[in-house]
Ligand binder design. Structure first.
Ligand code: IMO
Ligand code: MG
Length: 418
């Protein structure tokens, strides 16, 4: 029997790259799809026909029928998990969920602390205020409430006391109520490492769905303007309890331009009218918070670094259709720094000094109607507008990594494989 394996999907920018759609497409033949880090700060959208589905806690790939898993490295918003489980039931995928006993639970206290920290900072991060940082902090302090604790209201009470004492914060959670709501999660608790390792041994395939993006990684991103987890592909193994030997492939998802929500360096940010055009055409407003996203041009020095960190095998380039809203497309191909030009840059250096992007310009294409996009998707690569093909091929050449999937519309089906 041929062995199975795992494929990691990882965002290569500051999140919102279109990981939801890519995960849906790649999960169609997977037995399991796993969220391995982050929490309800994620917002992964899948559009199938008229139906628009948003996932914050469950992996978006579960809409394609793969069984959803939440691994140890996640911080869990119990209410969201239950809501999204209902959504999957409505889709006809049954009542399936595998949740790690070791995942930590986000409390109302964590959300309040998140807001409090933002207000206390001189320069706020612009977090999603979902309690992510404080929940991960309690996990590192070994004060966190884990999924395995949820059925024991006595234990919960003593842990809640510790948390409020540690942070000097007001108690917002009743242990009885938490035990009651969360009690319904008990039947989904599973040994994720055993589940996934068994599946691989049986020749099955697994998708590991990253959240946020590489440039928001707590170690490798633009610290402190990052999220509180490791978002790089390597984090998937630790969270799932899978050996790196079982990772078959790493797929990087990049948007054809760039966006960022919240504060922090963004060298290719476009503050003028073209930025506004892209924001409107691309619906660049946060899935989780509704905030307008900052918009700019594709940044190859950072993208090269992100591909290196993750060992990306191939790229899914998304939202190409949106670039029809501008006449000329800019791509940052290098940075000018003190001692010359560089073509690959670590996010870390952005925080320390200013860099000047060197741009190359590309011609845009006409806006495609949904009908035209459907026709192109059915016919394949050669039917794409010439200038769009040139754009994708140039990026591929400059990165030296194949772009195997080009998305030309939000709906699943509006994409071209190569
Ligand atoms: P998906 O999975 C985009 C950003 C926030 C903020 C920083 C820290 O949909 O791509 P946090 O709430 O995590 O402490 O906020 O990270 N951020 C995201 N930006 N997409 C996301 O997720 C994000 N999750 C967090 O805006 O700048
Ligand atoms: Mg999002």
């Amino acid at each position: 029997m041929k062995g199975g394996g795992a494929l990691v999907i990882v965002g290569l920018q500051w999140g919102d790259e279109g990981k939801g759609k890519v995960s849906y497409l790649l999960s169609r033949r997977a037995s399991y799809v796993v969220r391995y880090q982050g929490g309800a700060n994620a917002g992964h959208t899948v559009v199938v026909g008229q139906r628009r589905m948003k996932f914050h806690m469950l992996p978006a790939g579960s809409a394609a029928g793969a069984a959803p898993c939440i691994a140890a490295g996640c911080v869990i918003d119990v209410r969201r998990v239950l809501e999204e489980l209902e959504l999957l039931k409505q889709l006809g995928h049954g009542d399936r969920l595998y949740i790690s006993h070791a995942a930590n639970v986000v409390l109302e206290e964590h959300k309040a602390l998140d807001a409090h920290m933002e207000e206390a900072r001189g320069s706020p991060i612009g977090t999603t205020r979902q309690g992510i940082g404080p929940a991960y902090a309690d996990r590192a302090l070994r004060a966190g409430i884990r999924v395995e604790d949820l059925t024991d209201s006595k234990l919960l009470d003593s842990k809640l006391r510790l948390i409020t004492k540690l942070h000097g914060c007001e108690r917002l959670t009743s242990s009885e109520e938490l035990a009651q709501t969360a009690g319904s999660l008990a039947k989904y608790v599973a040994d994720i490492p055993v589940l996934l390792n068994d599946a691989i041994r049986n020749g099955e395939h697994i998708v590991l769905e990253g959240a946020q993006g590489t440039l928001l990684d707590i170690d490798h991103g633009t610290y402190p303007y990052v999220t509180s987890s490791n978002t790089v592909a390597g984090a998937a193994c630790a969270s799932c309890g899978l050996s790196p030997r079982f990772i078959e492939s790493v797929v990087g998802v990049a948007k054809a331009y760039a966006t960022r929500v919240g504060s922090g360096p963004f060298p290719t940010e476009e503050l003028g009218g073209e930025g506004q055009l892209l924001r409107e055409a691309g619906g660049e407003y946060g899935t989780t918070t509704g905030r307008p996203r900052r918009v700019g041009w594709l940044d190859l020095p950072l993208l090269r670094y992100a591909c290196m960190l993750n060992g990306v095998e191939w790229i899914a380039l998304t939202k190409l259709d949106v670039l029809a809203s501008v006449e000329k497309i800019k791509v940052c191909v290098a940075y000018v720094v003190d001692d010359g030009e560089i073509s690959i840059a670590s996010p870390h250096m952005l925080a320390r000094g200013s860099v000047k992007p060197v741009y190359e310009e590309f011609s845009s294409w006409n806006k495609l109607s949904t009908e035209e996009a459907r026709h192109i998707a059915a016919k394949g690569w050669d039917e794409l507008p010439t200038t769009m093909r040139e754009y994708v091929e140039s990026i591929e050449k400059m990165l030296g990594i194949p772009i195997r999937l080009a998305s030309i519309g939000e709906e699943t089906g509006l994409e071209v494989w190569r």
